[in-house]
Structure formats: structure tokens, C-alpha cells
Design a protein around this ligand. Structure first.
Ligand code: NAD
Length: 282
């Protein structure tokens, strides 16, 4: 039976460190501040925004939610980002996705000054990640690495299979794993459509799934003794579940993350950690 790889205690430890760092910065006259930019109101992001705010308040990081009109133009939104870039009281900026149709969200994210890109998602941040010299690492991918670290398992040469190749999770995670010399296979929609997912999953010593489809990965595909990190969050009835069939996978894996309570708590912890790091540098 697998050991549970819980994110909460690790996230709490990180938040305690952030709190100490924020207090120390304040004693030097620096107040870390995170600004979240949202265009219009979006139900899907409301939960994430509330949890950002709560964690910031609890760790002594100032938080501002800047809600701009749904009808804002690309140029006006760009001007807002440039204003935040040059505001020395702002340490970190995040732009909440999705954006309304008239906005090119990627182009907006690309305008965030690299020193304030605490989500690590603009082209400069991702480029530095390719060079294994990240300024800021995308928060969820960094959270997965923290979870792996707590297992004590060495990544060097390990067979790691990442299912999902999004810009915010799968791709940056693959780069972080490569920097540790893991042997990384990245699976995605085409792998699934060709029916090749089981064969890849079956040989994974470390399996990370970030797709957003409940039950996509069958428990019986999981290799005996594997580490299973389930990033997926899916609502099934009134429950939240991951992408991996937990009950069956738990019987075979050595470690497995619960959903909720696995990767989730780490994402916001990484965001505030990046914000105090950004504050110290500005
Ligand atoms: P995304 O929608 O941007 O990407 C989904 C990925 O899954 C793509 O690479 C796609 O090719 C792949 N995919 C789709 N169907 C597949 C199939 N049948 N077989 C194999 N691959 C398939 O997703 P995302 O933004 O990376 O999020 C993925 C999941 O992780 C979602 O459930 C999201 O809610 C969750 N998530 C959780 C956190 C957290 O903090 N815990 C953070 C980010 C995302």
C-alpha cells in the first residue's frame, strides 16, 4: 500500500519560511507585494484568487486584486502591466487566465518584467528554464519537484513519465526533471489518441499526470513501487478527484498524492515564495 504524499505539511513549512522572510524584509523597509490582474469576473478563477489572497495575508505579503473591465482593449491592458512593471512598490505580477476574446493573453503575460514574473510563465522565464538557470519557476511544476524531493528518491537516470504538456505544468516540469538528469517521456493528447498511454505509464518509475480527465490513468497501469503525482483536479458530483484511479493505483505505488491535498497546496505556497524572492531583488 502506497504512502500518502501530502502537499499540505510541505506547503505549511514553505509558508512559515516566507513569513519569516517577509518580516525580515519589512524590517529593512521592503514590503513584498503581489498584484493579481483580472479582466472581468471569472467564476473559475475565484477560488484560486481567494486562496492567493489568504496565503498572502497569512504570510505578511501585501496583496492587491486589480479587476479591470471586461471590455478593456489590448493597448489599455498593456499600459496597466507597464505601469505595474515600473511601480517599485510591486514585487510580483500575475495575470489571471482566461482572458476575454479581444485580449491576447500570451502577449500580455510576455509584457510582465522578468524580475516580477512570479508565475515564471513569460518567454524570458521559460527561456531561462531551458538553460537550467530559472529566475522564477512555474509554481505547479516547482510544487511537483518539492513533492518528489520529500520522497528522498534520486531522480538521476530515473524513468519519469509526464502525462500532459501544457505550458504551465507539463513542459516546465519536463525541463526541471531534465535538469536533474531524469530520463523524461512526455505524453499528451496524441499519445492518448494512438492508444500508447498504457505502455508509457507502465514503465514509469515516477509518474506525473496533469491532464484534467478523471480516471484517465488506470490504476492497473501503475508500476509496482512507482511514485505517482496526480496534478489533475476534476469535479465528479460533489467530489474532487485527480486523473489517476486512486484506489487501484494506491495498491501498487510506493508513494501517491491525494487529490485534493497533494500538489494543490504547493502551487500557492510557491507563488508567495517567488514573491518574497522578487521583493528582495527589487
Ligand atoms: P491543459 O488543459 O493546458 O493541458 C492538458 C494536457 O493534457 C495537454 O497536454 C493535452 O495534450 C493532454 N491530454 C488531453 N487529453 C489527453 C489524453 N487523453 N491522453 C493524454 N494526454 C491528454 O491543462 P493544465 O492547465 O496543465 O492542467 C491539467 C490539470 O491539472 C487540470 O485538471 C488542472 O485543473 C490541474 N492543475 C492543477 C494545479 C494545482 O495546483 N493542483 C495547477 C494547474 C493545473
Amino acid at each position: 500500500m502506497a504512502k500518502l504524499l501530502e502537499g499540505k505539511p510541505i506547503a505549511e513549512k514553505i509558508k512559515e519560511e516566507v513569513k519569516l522572510k517577509a518580516a525580515e524584509l519589512k524590517s529593512r523597509g521592503i514590503t513584498p507585494k503581489l498584484v493579481a490582474v483580472q479582466v472581468g469576473e471569472n467564476q473559475a478563477s475565484a477560488v484560486y484568487l481567494r486562496s492567493q489572497q489568504k496565503v498572502c495575508v497569512n504570510t505578511g505579503v501585501d496583496y492587491q486584486l486589480l479587476t479591470l473591465p471586461e471590455s478593456i482593449s489590448q493597448a489599455d491592458l498593456a499600459a496597466e502591466i507597464n505601469r505595474l512593471n515600473s511601480d517599485s512598490s510591486v514585487s510580483g505580477i500575475i495575470v489571471q487566465m482566461p482572458m476575454p476574446a479581444q485580449i491576447d493573453g500570451r502577449a500580455i503575460q510576455a509584457l510582465i518584467a522578468p524580475a516580477k514574473d512570479v508565475e515564471g510563465i513569460n518567454p524570458t522565464s521559460l527561456g531561462l528554464l531551458v538553460l537550467a538557470k530559472p529566475l522564477f519557476t512555474p509554481c505547479t511544476a516547482a510544487g511537483v519537484m518539492e513533492l518528489l524531493k520529500t520522497t528522498g528518491e534520486k531522480l538521476y537516470g530515473k524513468e519519469v513519465v509526464v502525462v500532459g504538456h501544457s505550458e504551465i505544468v507539463g513542459k516546465p516540469l519536463a525541463l526541471l526533471l531534465l535538469a536533474e538528469f531524469a530520463t523524461v517521456t512526455v505524453c499528451h493528447i496524441a499519445t492518448g489518441q494512438r492508444g500508447n498511454l498504457p505502455e508509457h505509464v507502465k514503465r514509469a518509475e515516477i509518474l506525473v499526470v496533469a491532464v484534467g480527465k478523471a480516471g484517465l490513468v488506470k490504476g492497473e497501469w501503475v508500476k509496482e513501487g512507482a511514485i505517482v503525482i496526480d496534478v489533475g483536479i476534476n469535479r465528479v458530483g460533489d467530489k474532487l478527484v485527480g486523473d489517476v484511479e486512486f484506489d487501484e493505483a494506491e495498491k501498487r505505488a510506493a508513494w501517491i498524492t491525494p487529490v485534493p491535498g497533494g500538489v494543490g497546496p504547493l502551487t500557492v505556497a510557491m507563488l508567495v515564495r517567488n514573491t518574497v524572492v522578487a521583493a528582495e531583488k527589487t
